[in-house]
Ligand binder design. Structure first.
Ligand SMILES: [Zn+2]
Length: 90
């Protein structure tokens, strides 16, 4: 069974240090970051890895309060080109 947890990492001029916890969520690990420049590392099956896209989004949201909204779909978010581009008017 795959295991996955996160820890807060701090860059300490020469080496990376991490907290000793096994955080269940990205947001929980973010709460553990106490210094500027902290980051969150994922540990999957004992292997450290970078955050994937979804985890990165959670990181940004927890760290900076940014909620990246999904791209508007063509059916709901697109109103078409302005009428001034109508070729009949040119
Ligand atoms: Zn921690």
């Amino acid at each position: 069974m795959p295991s996955l947890h996160y820890f807060a990492a701090f860059s300490d001029s020469r080496c990376i240090e991490g907290c000793d916890h096994e955080h269940a969520t990205v947001a929980s690990a973010v709460a553990c970051i106490s210094t500027a420049g902290g980051y969150v590392i994922a540990v999957e099956n004992g292997q450290n890895r970078e955050l994937n896209t979804e985890e990165e989004r959670q990181f940004q949201s927890a760290m900076f309060g940014i909620e990246t909204s999904p791209r508007p779909s063509l059916s709901t978010g697109w109103v078409g080109w302005p009428n001034l581009l109508d070729p009949d008017e040119v």
